[in-house]
Design a protein around this ligand. Structure first.
Ligand SMILES: C[S@@+](CC[C@H](N)C(=O)[O-])C[C@H]1O[C@@H](n2cnc3c(N)ncnc32)[C@H](O)[C@@H]1O
Length: 277
């Protein structure tokens, strides 16, 4: 069964308006596979029927579920590993050395999906915090998918999820087994807060950040959306702050105010000094 062309067009436009996610041409199969279960769960026979419902009730209560279904939430603990080495060996020492009065460092895991990135940051901090006894780390994890945020808050992961990226030592140190799941220890949860945030909206309540991880989400956005996002990232980052992107993403084609720092594979950027005044 295939969806009507106007069903695809409607989802494509409405999803872009609400999330900035840009669906390429010929992604009808994606819309169909991702939304058929939601249609059935709500007593509708097809994705076409679901879209007829969304069209009639523009503010349908089903929209958050549509967004949940249409987002790709692929993630893993310590994804790509290099950024976490760079953070431990370069970024933390530099930030701590430059600041005279020790205080709280704020890290934002933007587009955090089910929380593995935020908990990786928390684990890393627990391993090195003895070197920085006067500092605290505050981690904000945000996403547009309520389902993912709920998973992050629960901090419960399957065998498959913990195998991806966690050493036996880290698993033993930071998780406990309950039934068939691995639960994140309370100590690790303490400095992580999960919050709903749509990256394309304004960020009026966010504090200034020392470090932003915004990885593997730019790929879903078109160029104007990326440029708007970077204009906001400039404002949210503290002058000495660092920005981490995904391995296949680059700030250089989006905003020439940023420069790559440390190793070329680090995907770590900061604002050029002339832009920090
Ligand atoms: C592929 S995951 C990346 C997860 C993690 N950053 C990583 O690199 O492993 C992309 C995430 O971006 C989120 N996302 C997509 N559009 C968004 C938007 N407009 N605002 C906030 N989050 C969004 C999705 O819900 C999804 O969880």
């Amino acid at each position: 069964m295939t969806i009507r062309p106007e069903t695809f067009q409607y989802i494509r436009e409405a999803l872009h308006r609400r999330t900035a996610i840009h669906l390429m041409d010929n992604k009808e199969y994606l819309v169909e596979t991702r939304l058929s279960l939601l249609a059935r769960q709500n007593g509708m026979r097809s994705v076409d029927d679901l879209v007829d419902h969304l069209r009639t009730l523009g503010s349908s209560v089903l929209w958050p579920d549509v967004v949940d279904a249409m987002t790709t939430n692929e993630t893993s603990f310590f994804r790509d590993s290099t950024p976490f080495h760079v953070l431990r060996d370069e970024v933390f020492p530099e930030l701590m050395n430059k600041t005279r009065t020790p205080t709280q460092l704020r890290v934002w895991s933007a587009a955090a999906a089910s929380g593995q990135e935020a908990y990786s940051l928390s684990m890393l901090w627990s391993e090195i915090r003895r070197q920085y006894p006067l500092w605290d780390l505050d981690i904000l994890a945000t996403d547009i998918s309520s389902k993912m945020l709920e998973r992050g808050r629960q901090g419960a992961y399957s065998d498959l999820e913990v195998i991806r990226g966690l050493s036996e030592q880290r698993l033993a140190d930071n998780f406990r087994r309950e039934d068939d799941r691995w639960l994140v220890n309370e100590a690790l949860k303490q400095n992580v807060n999960f919050q709903y945030l749509n990256l394309i909206n304004a960020w009026p309540t966010l504090p200034k950040m020392d470090i932003v991880f915004i990885r593997n989400v730019l790929v879903y956005f078109d160029h104007p959306t990326k440029c708007n996002l970077f204009a906001k990232l400039r404002k949210i980052l503290k002058p000495n702050g660092f920005l981490f992107l995904g391995g296949a993403e680059s700030a250089l084609t989006i905003d020439d105010g940023f420069e790559r720092v440390f190793a070329s594979g680090s995907s770590c950027y900061r604002l050029k000094s002339e832009h920090t005044k």
